[in-house]
Design a protein. Structure first.
Ligand code: PHE
Length: 344
């Protein structure tokens, strides 16, 4: 009997618990009402009176050791659960706010331009940024090897002789050709997109930027129609008191051609450093589609006429948001971009 108690004491001494369940098993085994100690104390009356004292002492020792173990591991496991990773986590606190993104100012400006023209029946068309010579130049009436091709410094991808070369499109006018080749008039489209020119990067020029092209072809379309449409656009874009003026210009694909100015939206025409004290800002090129271009696209120039216009989105965005350096639009600086948060 005494040996049995001794081995129980030894067992208690080496006991360790790493989970609360193990500790509870231990408590049930030794210290609960149905546990070993209860049995041992009940055994007392069957022990020879001369041995009772030493038996009692041993059972007591076992009891004390078991109780010590229990309380030691109880507090150890308690401490461990407090320092666990989720300890002290207050689940009622509000979560980390999700920062709200914002649209790029170029997208905002493009969408505004498209919305204004969509209201008067224009739809959106698309074309590739890598273009062949035909769509970017030849069909648009740029004669082969003519210096007019130097108006726009081109990034060539494959510079073969003349009409075979492949280049990054220098303007969205290439989309005009693609649409006219495949669509029967009436045509009323807008072609927004990125264009590329081999220019030194500065506050006012970049080697890539964005344009929106407009094209309207139907029977009896006149220069007056174009002028009225562009006036409508300018007033929707810059305010109802905006005036426009058309200055004669040259593009190989339009005849007659013009540059369109709007009254400076910043000084309202009084003169400031943005409009270089002229009161006017140039915002787009435009003109009546050259009959040669219609012919190149298999549209009968005796039956149909049309106008086209093209504007730089960066230029309009700079005026709308008073941005002084074009490079900001492509630098992805969050401090710049997050200022446009409020707009949809
Ligand atoms: N494609 C011309 C440019 O990039 C703009 C333009 C478009 C002019 C359509 C007239 C008609 O400068």
């Amino acid at each position: 009997m005494q040996d049995k108690i001794k081995s129980l004491i030894a067992e208690v001494e080496i006991f360790t618990a790493s989970t609360k369940e193990q500790l509870e098993e231990f408590r049930l085994k030794y210290l609960s009402k149905k546990g070993i100690l209860t049995d041992l104390f009940a055994e007392m009356k069957n022990i020879q009176p001369d041995q009772r004292k030493s038996f009692g002492q041993m059972v007591n020792e076992l009891k004390i050791k078991a109780e010590e173990k229990l309380s030691k591991f109880q507090s150890a496991l308690e401490d461990a659960s407090e320092s666990a990773p989720d300890a002290g986590l207050d689940l009622t606190l509000p979560s980390e706010p999700n920062p709200l993104g914002s649209r790029h100012p170029i997208s905002l400006t493009r969408n505004r331009i498209l919305d204004i023209f969509k209201r008067i029946g224009f739809t959106v068309a698309d074309g590739p940024e890598i273009e062949d010579d035909w769509h970017n130049f030849t069909a648009l009436n740029f004669p082969e090897n003519h210096p007019a091709r130097d108006m726009q410094d081109t990034f060539f991808i494959e510079h073969r002789d003349g009409s075979d070369s492949i280049a990054l499109r220098t303007h969205t006018s290439s989309v005009q050709v693609r649409i006219m080749e495949t669509t029967k008039p009436p045509i009323r489209i807008l072609a927004p997109g990125r264009v590329y020119r081999n220019e030194a990067i500065s506050a006012r020029a970049h080697c890539f930027f964005h344009q929106v092209e407009g094209l309207y072809i139907d029977e009896g379309v006149s220069f007056a129609d174009m002028k009225q449409t562009l006036l409508y656009f300018s007033q929707e874009m810059f305010g109802s008191d905006t005036k426009i003026r058309l200055r004669p210009s040259y593009f190989p694909f339009t005849e007659p051609s013009a540059e369109m100015d709007v009254t400076c939206s910043i000084c309202k025409g009084k003169g400031c450093n943005v409009c270089k004290y002229t009161g006017w800002l140039e915002i787009m090129g435009c003109g009546m589609v050259d009959p040669n271009v219609l012919k190149n696209c298999k549209i009968d120039p005796d039956k149909y006429t049309g106008y086209a216009f093209g504007m730089g989105i960066e230029r309009i965005a700079m005026l709308l948001y008073n941005v002084k350096d074009l490079r900001l639009f492509s630098e992805n600086d969050v401090r710049f971009l997050e200022q446009f948060k409020a707009e949809a």
